[in-house]
Design a binder for this molecule. Structure first.
Ligand code: SAH
Length: 343
């Protein structure tokens, strides 16, 4: 049996015609699924009971559930979502001022094995379906209203997984979230973060990706980067830079680089110079991230003076630099700490 949220609009219309229902019912059902975000056929109150029963006999309706919620003292909330096959991913809500940012996952686990990231240690289990990505939004948006009195204002694809290795599902999920007849979120409030999958970056450029793009760069030295981020082996820095030039040409957008400072690994003056040189061809913003401890982690945070010197050098090159405050560390909800450990 197919899942009701994996079929197209035309397939839904065809199904309705095949059971002698009016085609326009498709619109009603579609609105329940992709705008109101219901979790069962029974919630489709303007659909007759007979049709609801027929739908339930013909399709599954897989809806994720919140299996665990942990609330941090800094108001960050971490969620474990459970899917129909009992796999889990994590998502995080981060309130600040009027904003509520939702950090969502794109894969169960991750194939990339970045040496500093907890998610990499669990390996890759499967891609998320677009409905499973949207479910994280629907469920966390409801909780955001309850917890903070505001819904989600921003979405970052910075949870588990590499979004560009689940390209089609991530794009469809973004379409649903931004569609005028969907949730209508502004694409400028959505950011996709990638470890630097070149094929995916080019594909984003070709479709004039309207959302923000962040690159987890973490080193502009080819040797160091390949050690800490094995994805570099088949996506080298030279080609990554060329892909970003292309991206900038196609979209006109400024790219954000995330740079995780690891003591004695990528925080020297030379490392800062290499970073500045790497960024020369396009306008960028640098987000400095502090290392969060992970179970069995190999690294240490940079010393504050080392960090300051690194930042000052970049600023002396007229680069825009932010230090990103990592939140939710007391509940292991911070960057790189998302790990499936509930099975
Ligand atoms: N795969 C995508 C999406 C994950 S984003 C990507 O790599 O961009 C998660 C962010 O947290 C990335 O920038 C990642 O490099 C960073 N991160 C991973 N481990 C971390 C750690 N231990 N401390 C701080 N940030 C970490």
């Amino acid at each position: 049996m197919k899942d009701i949220r994996s079929i197209t609009y035309t397939e839904l219309e065809d199904f309705l015609l095949s059971i002698n229902e009016k085609k326009f019912r498709a619109k009603q059902i579609w609105t329940w699924l992709w705008q109101k975000g219901v979790g069962s056929f029974d919630e489709m109150t303007n659909v007759s009971q007979a049709l609801r029963t027929q739908l339930a006999e013909s399709f599954t309706f897989h809806r994720a559930e919140i299996a665990i919620e942990v609330n941090s003292k800094d108001k960050t909330a971490k969620f474990a979502f459970r899917f129909h096959d009992r796999r889990f991913v994590e998502g995080v809500l981060i309130p600040s001022g009027d904003r509520v940012t939702a950090c969502i996952s794109s894969q169960v686990g991750c194939p990339l094995k970045c040496s500093f990231c907890a998610t990499g240690t669990m390996g890759f289990l499967r891609n998320l379906h677009y409905s499973e990505i949207v479910d994280q939004y629907i469920l966390m948006d409801k909780r955001a209203h309850e917890l903070y009195g505001n819904g989600i204002s921003n979405i970052v694809f910075m949870g588990m997984g590499e979004p560009l290795l689940n390209f089609d599902n991530v794009m469809t999920a973004i379409d649903k979230l931004t569609a005028k007849d969907g949730w209508g979120l502004s694409p400028t409030r959505i950011t996709l973060s990638t470890a630097g999958v070149i094929k995916g970056i080019k594909a984003l450029a070709d479709r004039k990706f309207p959302c923000g793009l962040a690159i987890s760069l973490h080193s502009a030295d080819p040797v160091v980067r390949e050690v800490i981020m094995p994805v570099t082996e088949h996506n080298n820095l030279h080609d990554l830079q060329a892909a970003l030039v292309y991206y900038h040409q196609k979209t006109g957008a400024r790219v954000t680089f995330e740079y995780l400072l690891l003591s004695k690994v990528n925080d020297s003056r030379q490392a800062a110079e290499k970073l500045a040189r790497f960024c020369r061809p396009f306008p960028v913003k640098i987000n400095i991230i502090e290392y969060n401890e992970t179970p069995g982690g190999l690294y240490h945070r940079s010393y504050p003076n080392q960090r300051e010197e690194f930042i000052e050098y970049l600023q002396s090159c007229n680069m825009v630099v932010n230090v990103r405050q990592s939140r939710g560390q007391d509940i292991a909800a911070a960057c790189g700490q998302l790990l499936q450990n509930q099975q």
